[in-house]
Ligand binder design. Structure first.
Ligand SMILES: *Cc1c(COP(=O)(O)O)cnc(C)c1O
Length: 477
C-alpha cells in the first residue's frame, strides 16, 4: 500500500469512534454488541476495499457514520414483515401467496407455543401420525381414498415420481413441459426424481396416439401437468383426462396429474373455470390415480403440497424415505387443518383468497370512492399543493399462476403527486417506509387496488404517506 492510500485510509473513522456515537447504544440493545461490531467491521473493510480499487472514492466520516446507521437500522428490523399489498394480485407469490383465515391463524397460535398432538394419539396414548390430522379431511373434500401432505407441491411431485417412477419412464406431453416461477422446471424435476422423461406430441398438439406409441415395457406413468401461467391458444389440442386414464389403466400404468393450484370448490361463479382447471375432486373423478396441488394458491391455506388418490399408491409414498425430508411442520398442519375445516362447513368465503376473488365490482367501487375521499381529506392537512386523486376501474388478477387469462374487474384509487417526483419514485418511497406499501403501477400515477387492500390497511397507507411527506404544520390521520 503506498503512502498516499495510507493517508486516505486514515480518514476512515476507527471502530472505537463509531462505537462511541450516541445512537450506537440502541443498536447494541437490539442486536447485541458483538453483532454491531461485526457489522461495522464489515462496513469499514468494504470502505477500505473501495478505496484500494479507486483512490478517488469520495467519502467522509459523516457519510460512513450515516451508512453505518442505515445498515444497523436495517439489521435491527425484522426482515420478514408485514406489508400492504395494493397491487390487486390476490395470490402474490412474492408477497406470501395466500393469507390465512382468522381460524387458521388461531389454530397456529394454539399449537405454536404449547405441547400438542402433532404425533401423538390421545386414544391410544402412544405415537400417532402427523398426517392423520388432515388425511380424512382431504379425503372428505376431494373424494379421494387416501391423502398425504408434504412441504409444498414441488415436494409432492418429487416424492410421487421418486416413489413410483424412479428408473422407469414417465410420459408427458411437450405442451406441458413448463417452467413455473421460481425455478420449478418439469424436465429438471423429473430428472431430479430419477424418472426418465418421455416427451410426446408437439408444443401445441398432442394426441392419444402419441401417448400410445410412447408406452414401452419401461413405462411407469402417464403424467399430466397444469401449464400454470402459460397458455397455448389457437390451433391446439390436448387429450382429455378420461382418455388418458383409460389408456394408462389398460396398460397397467399410473395416471398422475400435477394440478398446481388446487381448487377444492368450483370458482365458475367468479368467472373462473375451464376444462383445464378442474377441482381436485373433478380431476380424480376423471380417472387420475394421484393428484398433487399447492395449499397456498387457490386453496387459500398455508404452504403445503397435497397428494390425494389411490390408497395403495399413497401407502407407497408414506413409506418412502424422502417423506422424512419433506414433512410438514406443526404450525403449517394446524393452519391447513383449520382451512380445510372451513371448506367442510361451507365457510369458504371466510378464506381471504376466496373472499378477495369473489369480491363484487360494485363493492370495490364503493371502497375506492370512500378511500379517495379519505385521501383527499388527508392531503388537505399537508403542505402538498398539487394532489390528483381519482377512483379508477382496473383489472385485477388471481395470480399464483392461476387463471392467467381471466381478469377480475376491480377498482383502484389513483394518486399522483407531481411535487414528489415521478410515480416510480413515489412507489419506491411507499415501499421503503416503516409501513411498506406495495402499489400497482399506473402510467404516471400509483394505484391502490382495493381488492387486495385488507381491513386496517387504509390506515397503514395514510401512515406511510405521512412518513414520506415533507413536514406539515398540522397533520391528521
Ligand atoms: C405452483 C405450481 C407448482 C409448485 O407448487 P409449490 O407449492 O409452489 O411448490 C408445481 N406445479 C404447478 C403446475 C404449479 O402451478
Amino acid at each position: 500500500m503506498d503512502a498516499e492510500i495510507q493517508k486516505i485510509m486514515r480518514n476512515i473513522p476507527s471502530m472505537d469512534k463509531l462505537l462511541a456515537l450516541p445512537w450506537i447504544a440502541e443498536f447494541e440493545e437490539r442486536l447485541g454488541r458483538e453483532t454491531v461490531k461485526a457489522l461495522l467491521s464489515d462496513l469499514l473493510a468494504a470502505q477500505r476495499a473501495k478505496i484500494i480499487k479507486n483512490r478517488d472514492t469520495a467519502f467522509d466520516a459523516n457519510t460512513i457514520a450515516a451508512d453505518a446507521r442505515r445498515l444497523l437500522a436495517r439489521r435491527a428490523q425484522h426482515s420478514l414483515r408485514r406489508v400492504v399489498n395494493a397491487t390487486g394480485v390476490v395470490i402474490h407469490t412474492n408477497l406470501g401467496r395466500s393469507l390465512l383465515a382468522k381460524e387458521a391463524v388461531e389454530a397456529v397460535n394454539e399449537v405454536a407455543g404449547a405441547y400438542n398432538t402433532l404425533e401423538y394419539s390421545l386414544d391410544r396414548g402412544e405415537r400417532g401420525q402427523r398426517n392423520d390430522h388432515v388425511e380424512w379431511l382431504l379425503c372428505r373434500l376431494t373424494g379421494a381414498e387416501a391423502a398425504l401432505a408434504v412441504n409444498n407441491n414441488a415436494a409432492a411431485v418429487v416424492l410421487a415420481l421418486s416413489a413410483l417412477a424412479k428408473d422407469k419412464e414417465s410420459v408427458v406431453s411437450r405442451g406441458e413441459l413448463v417452467e413455473i416461477g421460481g425455478s420449478f422446471r418439469i424436465p429438471d424435476i423429473m430428472a431430479l426424481s430419477g424418472t426418465k422423461m418421455v416427451e410426446v406430441g408437439t408444443t401445441n398438439r398432442t394426441h392419444l396416439r402419441d401417448y400410445e406409441a410412447a408406452i414401452t415395457e419401461e413405462c411407469a406413468m402417464l403424467l399430466k401437468i397444469h401449464p400454470s401461467n402459460y397458455r397455448v391458444t389457437g390451433f391446439h389440442s390436448a387429450v382429455p383426462r378420461e382418455e388418458l386414464a383409460s389408456l394408462a389403466h389398460s396398460r397397467g400404468l399410473i395416471f398422475m396429474e400435477d394440478l398446481g393450484s388446487g381448487m377444492l370448490i368450483d370458482l365458475s361463479a367468479a368467472g373462473l373455470s375451464s376444462e383445464n382447471d378442474p377441482t381436485v375432486a373433478q380431476s380424480l373423478k376423471a380417472g387420475c390415480d394421484l393428484v398433487t396441488f399447492s395449499g397456498d394458491k387457490l386453496l387459500g391455506g398455508p404452504q403445503i403440497g397435497g397428494i390425494v388418490g389411490k390408497k395403495e399408491l399413497i401407502a407407497k409414498l408414506k413409506k418412502h424415505q424422502l417423506l422424512r425430508a419433506l414433512r410438514v411442520d406443526k404450525m403449517t398442519l394446524a393452519a391447513f387443518e383449520a382451512t380445510l375445516r372451513l371448506y367442510l362447513r361451507g365457510r369458504h368465503n371466510d378464506i381471504p383468497t376466496i373472499e378477495m376473488i369473489f369480491k363484487p365490482e360494485e363493492e370495490l367501487r364503493a371502497a375506492a370512492q370512500r378511500f379517495a375521499r379519505r385521501l383527499k381529506a388527508f392531503f388537505k392537512n399537508t403542505r402538498i399543493q398539487r394532489v390528483y386523486i381519482e377512483p379508477v376501474p382496473v383489472e385485477d388478477t388471481v395470480g399464483g399462476g392461476s387463471f392467467p387469462q381471466s381478469v377480475l374487474r376491480g377498482w383502484a384509487v389513483a394518486l399522483r403527486l407531481p411535487e414528489m417526483g415521478s410515480a416510480g419514485k413515489l412507489a419506491e418511497r411507499l415501499r421503503l417506509c416503516a409501513h411498506p406499501v406495495i402499489t400497482g403501477a399506473g402510467e404516471d400515477r400509483v394505484l391502490f387496488h382495493m381488492r387486495t387492500v385488507r381491513p386496517g390497511d387504509e390506515k397503514w397507507i395514510l401512515e406511510a404517506l405521512a412518513d414520506i411527506l415533507p413536514p406539515a404544520r398540522e397533520r391528521k390521520i
